[in-house]
Design a protein around this ligand. Structure first.
Ligand code: 5AD
Ligand code: SF4
Length: 478
């Protein structure tokens, strides 16, 4: 098979941040590729964060524009795409496992194309392993190459070549790309791409490139369009949404954007992810003042210890984090706060870990994603000495989770007897007689009903019982 190596990843280059403005392009698919997917099907496996989910919606949109239709299962598709995550080693191990299974499928279906994209191909090690151990993968493309997909497919199909295109520094922002949104009522809206924080444990600034904000009018118009189509909720996406606009050279900030989006008529606005250092008063006031901005915030703290926070390059202290939390709780009474926490950062002592437990007690997070530190090649933390045993790291994770679960439960129990507004998602997975959805505070709520016309509507539900992971309620007419 011919090999077309357009470009290979390089983590060193990915670290560079050129002082150039990001150009915005209007996305147009070359007519030459219009029928590339005629009579062919595709299937996308998506792993990782909401950023990847949003990217998969663009990939699906592009594929459908050039004639592909969606297959009901990956094993039946003519084109299988794995949109991957590189944040932790176990995320990558999952992908290697899926690829192993696909090998057998492809052996029986020689004409199937397999493509891999997302964060993993941005890493040299992963791409080299893909090339040496997974020769049946036809196309490898990076996070900055999504918009080239028709060209890559053309090369792979027409020239029967293996195609690798992973550029390490970001290109421009593309507006107007087709999207196949997975949900009719809730939409992801990217407001920025990339990350300039370089937390020492994190691979994202290398895989996603420098911070680039979309123009505010493009975002506002997208949300207006969603309102016109009947959408009820948008989640604004960025690795650090609080840095929105910093690269645009104007004084328009994330808080301003929230105030403007509130005027579009969208019922609910959420956003993720926030960096505590950049969360400013204007954003907090917008959360307080704008009825559409939901009283819920995911504010990753990572650690409650000042020395570990410094080693992580997080640029705030335990107390500074608490100070922001106190302002949030004062300005937005009843706000639900959730977080991300890493245990077992290199050489974290028992005392340093206990400072994290203290912070959880002080803030009373109503949910947390908790992780054991995972060494990522190419990041500064990968070179730090680490003498904490795996056993100790697991024990700490267990201790942390016990505490986190206690506040999860309290966070649901506090709504018992109260009426909450639920945007109905659909039938509950474990009980076909129930519907489920999320409240304003992002609590998962189940309630008995078989009225499918409620899906996509915001209904009043009285909470009967708060459990750890969800709440049970009943519909009320208020
Ligand atoms: N090891 C463990 N957790 C990590 N995260 C990011 N990088 C790592 C890593 N190397 C976690 C952080 C971040 C979340 C998305 O993933 O908590 O907020
Ligand atoms: Fe990673 Fe830190 Fe950027 Fe979040 S802010 S994506 S943890 S580098």
């Amino acid at each position: 098979m011919a090999k077309i190596k357009l470009s290979m990843p390089n983590l060193g280059n990915a670290r560079s941040r050129l002082e150039k403005n990001t150009p915005t392009y209007h996305y147009v698919i070359n007519k030459e590729y219009n029928d590339l997917g005629k009579d062919k099907t595709y299937f996308i496996y998506t792993y990782g964060c909401q950023g990847n989910e949003a990217d998969s919606e663009v990939i699906a949109g592009i594929l459908e524009d050039i004639g592909y239709t969606r297959a009901s299962e990956g094993t039946e598709a003519d084109l299988v795409i794995l949109n991957t995550c590189a944040i932790r080693e176990n995320a990558e191990n999952r992908i290697w496992g899926v690829l192993g299974n696909l090998k057998g499928v492809k052996a029986k279906r020689k004409d199937m194309l397999i493509a891999i994209c997302g964060c993993m191909p941005q890493e040299e090690n992963a791409t080299n392993k893909l090339l040496s151990s997974y020769p049946f993968v036809d196309i490898i493309f990076g996070t900055h190459n999504i918009y080239d997909l028709p060209k890559l497919l053309y090369e792979a199909r027409e020239k029967e070549a293996k195609v690798i295109e992973v550029i390490s520094t970001e290109g421009g922002i593309y507006e107007g790309a087709p999207k196949h949104r997975e949900n009719k009522y809730k939409a992801w809206v990217n407001i920025m791409f990339g990350c300039d924080e370089f937390c020492t444990y994190c691979i994202v600034p290398y895989t996603r490139g420098k911070e680039r904000s979309r123009a505010k009018d493009d975002i506002i118009n997208e949300v207006k369009d969603l309102v016109a189509k009947g959408y009820k909720e948008v989640t604004l996406l960025g690795q650090n949404v609080n840095a929105y606009g910093k690269d645009l050279g104007t004084d328009y900030t994330f808080g301003d954007l929230l105030y403007d989006l509130d005027k579009t008529g969208i019922a609910r606005i959420r956003f993720t992810t926030s960096h505590p250092k950049d969360l400013d008063l204007k954003t907090i006031y917008a959360m307080r003042d704008c009825a559409s901005v939901m009283p819920q915030l995911h504010l990753p703290v990572q650690s409650g210890d000042d020395y570990i926070l410094k080693k992580m390059n997080r640029k705030y202290t335990h107390q500074e984090y608490l100070d922001k939390v106190n302002i949030l709780k004062k300005e937005i009474p009843g706000i639900s706060l959730t977080t991300d926490i890493i245990v077992g950062f290199p050489n974290e002592t028992e005392e340093e870990f206990v400072n994290t437990l203290k912070l959880v007690d002080e803030v009373k997070f109503e949910g947390a994603f908790t992780f054991i530190y995972s060494r990522r090649e190419g990041t500064p933390a990968a070179k730090m000495e680490d003498s904490i045993t795996e056993e100790e790291k697991h024990a700490r994770l267990d201790r942390l989770n016990v505490l986190v679960d206690k506040y999860y439960l309290e966070g649901n129990k506090r709504f018992e007897g109260k009426v909450v507004k639920v945007l109905v998602d659909g039938i509950s997975k474990n009980n076909k007689d129930n519907l489920c959805g999320y409240s304003e505070h992002l609590k998962l709520v189940h309630f008995p009903s078989k009225d499918l016309s409620l899906i996509g509507k915001i209904v009043n539900v009285k909470i009967i019982e708060g459990k750890t992971w969800f709440a049970l309620g009943e519909l009320v007419n208020e």
